[in-house]
Unconditional design. Structure first.
Length: 276
Protein backbone atom coordinates (compact mmCIF):
# COMPACT_ATOMS: atom_id res chain seq x y z
CA UNK A 1 0.00 0.00 0.00
CA UNK A 2 1.17 3.57 -0.54
CA UNK A 3 0.07 7.03 0.52
CA UNK A 4 -1.04 9.44 -2.13
CA UNK A 5 -0.53 13.20 -1.99
CA UNK A 6 -4.01 13.60 -0.53
CA UNK A 7 -3.33 10.98 2.13
CA UNK A 8 -5.54 8.38 0.43
CA UNK A 9 -4.36 4.78 0.29
CA UNK A 10 -4.64 2.41 -2.68
CA UNK A 11 -3.16 -0.63 -4.43
CA UNK A 12 -0.10 -0.32 -6.55
CA UNK A 13 -0.28 -1.87 -10.02
CA UNK A 14 1.96 -4.74 -8.92
CA UNK A 15 -0.22 -5.50 -5.90
CA UNK A 16 -3.31 -5.46 -8.10
CA UNK A 17 -1.72 -7.88 -10.56
CA UNK A 18 -0.76 -10.20 -7.70
CA UNK A 19 -4.35 -10.24 -6.44
CA UNK A 20 -5.65 -10.99 -9.95
CA UNK A 21 -3.10 -13.80 -10.33
CA UNK A 22 -4.14 -15.33 -7.00
CA UNK A 23 -7.82 -15.20 -8.02
CA UNK A 24 -6.98 -16.87 -11.35
CA UNK A 25 -5.04 -19.62 -9.58
CA UNK A 26 -7.89 -20.23 -7.13
CA UNK A 27 -10.38 -20.35 -10.01
CA UNK A 28 -8.20 -22.85 -11.87
CA UNK A 29 -8.13 -25.03 -8.75
CA UNK A 30 -11.79 -24.70 -7.80
CA UNK A 31 -13.55 -24.91 -11.18
CA UNK A 32 -12.64 -28.57 -11.89
CA UNK A 33 -13.66 -29.44 -8.32
CA UNK A 34 -16.99 -27.69 -8.77
CA UNK A 35 -17.50 -29.38 -12.14
CA UNK A 36 -16.92 -32.80 -10.56
CA UNK A 37 -19.28 -31.94 -7.70
CA UNK A 38 -21.95 -30.88 -10.21
CA UNK A 39 -21.51 -34.13 -12.16
CA UNK A 40 -21.80 -36.09 -8.91
CA UNK A 41 -25.00 -34.24 -7.98
CA UNK A 42 -26.42 -34.98 -11.44
CA UNK A 43 -25.46 -38.63 -10.93
CA UNK A 44 -27.43 -38.83 -7.69
CA UNK A 45 -30.42 -37.20 -9.39
CA UNK A 46 -30.11 -39.62 -12.32
CA UNK A 47 -29.94 -42.62 -9.99
CA UNK A 48 -33.09 -41.42 -8.23
CA UNK A 49 -34.86 -41.16 -11.61
CA UNK A 50 -33.85 -44.71 -12.44
CA UNK A 51 -35.14 -45.99 -9.09
CA UNK A 52 -38.50 -44.34 -9.74
CA UNK A 53 -38.71 -45.93 -13.18
CA UNK A 54 -37.76 -49.25 -11.61
CA UNK A 55 -40.59 -48.95 -9.07
CA UNK A 56 -43.01 -48.24 -11.92
CA UNK A 57 -41.70 -51.31 -13.79
CA UNK A 58 -42.27 -53.47 -10.71
CA UNK A 59 -45.76 -52.09 -10.03
CA UNK A 60 -46.78 -52.75 -13.62
CA UNK A 61 -45.56 -56.32 -13.36
CA UNK A 62 -47.26 -56.86 -10.00
CA UNK A 63 -50.59 -55.74 -11.48
CA UNK A 64 -50.16 -57.94 -14.58
CA UNK A 65 -49.47 -61.36 -13.04
CA UNK A 66 -45.67 -60.81 -13.05
CA UNK A 67 -45.60 -60.03 -16.77
CA UNK A 68 -42.94 -57.48 -17.67
CA UNK A 69 -43.86 -54.28 -19.53
CA UNK A 70 -43.11 -54.72 -23.21
CA UNK A 71 -40.05 -53.22 -24.86
CA UNK A 72 -38.98 -53.18 -28.46
CA UNK A 73 -38.23 -51.34 -31.66
CA UNK A 74 -41.54 -49.54 -31.50
CA UNK A 75 -40.39 -46.08 -32.52
CA UNK A 76 -43.42 -44.43 -34.10
CA UNK A 77 -42.88 -40.74 -34.74
CA UNK A 78 -46.53 -40.14 -35.62
CA UNK A 79 -48.77 -37.96 -33.47
CA UNK A 80 -51.55 -38.59 -32.63
CA UNK A 81 -50.07 -41.97 -31.76
CA UNK A 82 -51.57 -44.84 -33.78
CA UNK A 83 -54.05 -46.94 -31.79
CA UNK A 84 -52.00 -50.13 -32.08
CA UNK A 85 -49.24 -48.60 -29.98
CA UNK A 86 -51.43 -47.51 -27.09
CA UNK A 87 -52.04 -49.44 -23.81
CA UNK A 88 -54.37 -52.41 -24.23
CA UNK A 89 -53.07 -53.33 -27.68
CA UNK A 90 -50.44 -55.94 -28.62
CA UNK A 91 -47.91 -53.33 -29.80
CA UNK A 92 -48.10 -51.26 -26.59
CA UNK A 93 -44.66 -50.45 -25.18
CA UNK A 94 -43.08 -49.19 -21.96
CA UNK A 95 -42.36 -45.94 -23.81
CA UNK A 96 -43.11 -44.71 -27.31
CA UNK A 97 -41.25 -42.72 -29.88
CA UNK A 98 -37.59 -42.02 -30.56
CA UNK A 99 -35.30 -39.19 -29.52
CA UNK A 100 -32.74 -39.13 -32.31
CA UNK A 101 -32.51 -36.36 -34.89
CA UNK A 102 -34.39 -38.44 -37.45
CA UNK A 103 -37.44 -38.47 -35.17
CA UNK A 104 -37.87 -34.73 -35.63
CA UNK A 105 -40.46 -33.11 -33.37
CA UNK A 106 -41.36 -36.52 -31.88
CA UNK A 107 -38.07 -36.38 -29.97
CA UNK A 108 -39.39 -33.42 -27.96
CA UNK A 109 -43.04 -34.49 -27.66
CA UNK A 110 -44.03 -35.56 -24.13
CA UNK A 111 -47.02 -37.49 -25.49
CA UNK A 112 -44.65 -40.31 -26.39
CA UNK A 113 -43.74 -40.58 -22.70
CA UNK A 114 -47.24 -40.09 -21.32
CA UNK A 115 -48.78 -42.80 -23.52
CA UNK A 116 -46.25 -45.48 -22.56
CA UNK A 117 -47.21 -48.42 -20.34
CA UNK A 118 -45.21 -47.23 -17.32
CA UNK A 119 -46.24 -43.58 -17.13
CA UNK A 120 -49.42 -44.20 -15.05
CA UNK A 121 -47.20 -45.76 -12.37
CA UNK A 122 -44.68 -42.92 -12.18
CA UNK A 123 -46.68 -39.92 -13.50
CA UNK A 124 -43.58 -37.75 -13.87
CA UNK A 125 -42.02 -37.03 -17.26
CA UNK A 126 -38.81 -35.75 -15.64
CA UNK A 127 -37.68 -39.20 -14.49
CA UNK A 128 -37.24 -40.32 -18.12
CA UNK A 129 -34.42 -37.82 -18.70
CA UNK A 130 -31.03 -37.55 -17.02
CA UNK A 131 -30.44 -33.94 -15.90
CA UNK A 132 -26.94 -34.08 -17.39
CA UNK A 133 -28.31 -34.85 -20.86
CA UNK A 134 -28.29 -31.57 -22.79
CA UNK A 135 -29.35 -33.07 -26.11
CA UNK A 136 -31.72 -31.01 -28.25
CA UNK A 137 -33.61 -31.65 -31.47
CA UNK A 138 -35.00 -28.73 -33.49
CA UNK A 139 -33.86 -26.37 -30.74
CA UNK A 140 -35.79 -28.04 -27.91
CA UNK A 141 -34.67 -30.55 -25.24
CA UNK A 142 -35.37 -34.19 -25.99
CA UNK A 143 -37.76 -35.95 -23.61
CA UNK A 144 -35.80 -39.09 -22.74
CA UNK A 145 -32.32 -40.43 -22.05
CA UNK A 146 -33.35 -43.80 -20.53
CA UNK A 147 -33.68 -47.08 -22.45
CA UNK A 148 -34.72 -50.61 -21.45
CA UNK A 149 -32.81 -53.87 -21.71
CA UNK A 150 -33.70 -55.47 -25.06
CA UNK A 151 -34.12 -58.88 -23.40
CA UNK A 152 -36.98 -57.69 -21.19
CA UNK A 153 -40.22 -58.85 -22.89
CA UNK A 154 -39.44 -57.49 -26.36
CA UNK A 155 -42.04 -57.11 -29.07
CA UNK A 156 -39.54 -58.84 -31.36
CA UNK A 157 -36.60 -60.70 -29.86
CA UNK A 158 -33.03 -59.79 -30.73
CA UNK A 159 -32.59 -63.52 -31.40
CA UNK A 160 -34.98 -63.16 -34.32
CA UNK A 161 -33.64 -59.79 -35.46
CA UNK A 162 -30.08 -61.12 -35.71
CA UNK A 163 -31.06 -64.66 -36.76
CA UNK A 164 -29.77 -66.75 -33.85
CA UNK A 165 -30.91 -70.37 -33.94
CA UNK A 166 -30.53 -73.42 -31.70
CA UNK A 167 -28.05 -73.11 -28.84
CA UNK A 168 -27.03 -69.61 -29.95
CA UNK A 169 -30.38 -68.21 -28.82
CA UNK A 170 -30.41 -66.22 -25.60
CA UNK A 171 -32.86 -65.86 -22.72
CA UNK A 172 -35.88 -63.60 -23.18
CA UNK A 173 -37.60 -62.55 -19.97
CA UNK A 174 -41.39 -62.33 -20.21
CA UNK A 175 -42.12 -62.47 -16.47
CA UNK A 176 -40.26 -61.44 -13.34
CA UNK A 177 -40.11 -65.01 -12.06
CA UNK A 178 -38.10 -65.99 -15.17
CA UNK A 179 -35.15 -63.85 -14.05
CA UNK A 180 -32.78 -66.65 -13.14
CA UNK A 181 -29.86 -66.03 -15.48
CA UNK A 182 -29.01 -63.36 -14.51
CA UNK A 183 -30.92 -63.21 -11.24
CA UNK A 184 -32.89 -60.03 -10.30
CA UNK A 185 -30.07 -58.31 -8.40
CA UNK A 186 -27.79 -58.78 -11.43
CA UNK A 187 -30.28 -58.26 -14.29
CA UNK A 188 -30.33 -54.64 -15.44
CA UNK A 189 -33.58 -53.12 -16.67
CA UNK A 190 -32.99 -49.41 -17.41
CA UNK A 191 -29.84 -47.65 -18.55
CA UNK A 192 -28.86 -44.08 -19.27
CA UNK A 193 -28.00 -44.17 -22.98
CA UNK A 194 -25.43 -42.09 -24.87
CA UNK A 195 -27.13 -39.13 -26.64
CA UNK A 196 -25.32 -40.05 -29.87
CA UNK A 197 -26.65 -43.61 -29.70
CA UNK A 198 -30.17 -43.30 -28.34
CA UNK A 199 -33.17 -43.65 -30.63
CA UNK A 200 -36.06 -45.84 -29.45
CA UNK A 201 -36.34 -47.12 -25.87
CA UNK A 202 -34.72 -50.49 -26.64
CA UNK A 203 -31.05 -50.94 -25.65
CA UNK A 204 -29.31 -53.90 -27.28
CA UNK A 205 -26.40 -55.61 -25.55
CA UNK A 206 -25.70 -58.97 -27.20
CA UNK A 207 -23.87 -61.58 -25.04
CA UNK A 208 -23.08 -63.55 -28.21
CA UNK A 209 -21.03 -60.75 -29.75
CA UNK A 210 -17.88 -59.98 -27.78
CA UNK A 211 -16.61 -57.39 -30.24
CA UNK A 212 -19.41 -54.86 -30.71
CA UNK A 213 -21.40 -52.27 -28.78
CA UNK A 214 -24.73 -52.12 -30.63
CA UNK A 215 -26.00 -49.34 -28.34
CA UNK A 216 -23.79 -47.19 -26.12
CA UNK A 217 -24.15 -46.34 -22.41
CA UNK A 218 -24.04 -42.69 -21.37
CA UNK A 219 -21.02 -41.37 -19.48
CA UNK A 220 -22.20 -37.92 -18.32
CA UNK A 221 -21.21 -38.38 -14.69
CA UNK A 222 -17.42 -38.20 -14.65
CA UNK A 223 -17.21 -41.01 -17.25
CA UNK A 224 -20.10 -42.86 -15.61
CA UNK A 225 -23.80 -43.44 -16.24
CA UNK A 226 -26.87 -44.70 -14.43
CA UNK A 227 -28.23 -48.24 -14.52
CA UNK A 228 -31.04 -49.96 -12.56
CA UNK A 229 -31.79 -53.59 -11.76
CA UNK A 230 -34.81 -55.86 -11.47
CA UNK A 231 -34.53 -56.09 -7.68
CA UNK A 232 -35.06 -52.31 -7.44
CA UNK A 233 -31.57 -50.96 -6.80
CA UNK A 234 -29.64 -48.57 -9.06
CA UNK A 235 -26.04 -47.50 -9.40
CA UNK A 236 -23.72 -45.15 -11.25
CA UNK A 237 -21.42 -47.33 -13.34
CA UNK A 238 -17.99 -46.01 -14.35
CA UNK A 239 -17.10 -46.81 -17.96
CA UNK A 240 -13.51 -47.04 -19.19
CA UNK A 241 -13.82 -48.25 -22.78
CA UNK A 242 -12.82 -45.27 -24.99
CA UNK A 243 -15.34 -46.49 -27.57
CA UNK A 244 -18.02 -45.79 -24.97
CA UNK A 245 -16.60 -42.54 -23.64
CA UNK A 246 -16.10 -40.99 -27.09
CA UNK A 247 -18.83 -42.72 -29.10
CA UNK A 248 -20.38 -40.74 -31.93
CA UNK A 249 -23.09 -43.26 -32.82
CA UNK A 250 -24.23 -46.89 -32.63
CA UNK A 251 -22.37 -50.09 -33.56
CA UNK A 252 -18.96 -49.33 -32.12
CA UNK A 253 -16.15 -51.87 -31.59
CA UNK A 254 -15.14 -52.70 -28.05
CA UNK A 255 -11.69 -52.06 -26.67
CA UNK A 256 -10.39 -55.65 -26.29
CA UNK A 257 -8.31 -54.59 -23.28
CA UNK A 258 -11.38 -53.28 -21.42
CA UNK A 259 -13.96 -55.49 -19.58
CA UNK A 260 -16.89 -53.03 -19.87
CA UNK A 261 -18.78 -54.89 -22.60
CA UNK A 262 -18.35 -58.25 -20.85
CA UNK A 263 -19.61 -56.69 -17.61
CA UNK A 264 -22.83 -55.51 -19.27
CA UNK A 265 -23.31 -58.73 -21.25
CA UNK A 266 -23.26 -60.77 -18.03
CA UNK A 267 -26.10 -58.59 -16.71
CA UNK A 268 -28.19 -58.57 -19.90
CA UNK A 269 -29.07 -62.19 -20.75
CA UNK A 270 -27.67 -65.71 -20.96
CA UNK A 271 -28.19 -69.04 -22.71
CA UNK A 272 -31.02 -71.44 -21.92
CA UNK A 273 -34.43 -69.72 -21.78
CA UNK A 274 -37.62 -71.56 -22.80
CA UNK A 275 -38.89 -68.20 -24.06
CA UNK A 276 -36.00 -67.47 -26.37
Amino acid sequence: MMKGSAGKSGFTLIELLVVIAIIAILAAILLPVLARAKAKAYGIYCMNNLKQLQVAWTLYSDENKQRIAQSGQNSTTTYPIPTQYLPGNPMANWVLGAVNTAAGSAATNLAFIENGLLFPYVNNVAVYKCPADQKQVLGAPTVRSMSMNAWMNPLETWNDVIGYIGTARLRVFRRQDELVGPRPDMAWVFIDENPNSINDGWFVCDPNNNNLWYDIPASYHNNAGGISYADGHAEIKVWRDPNVLYATGNNRPRDPACPDLTWLQQRSSSKGSPNN
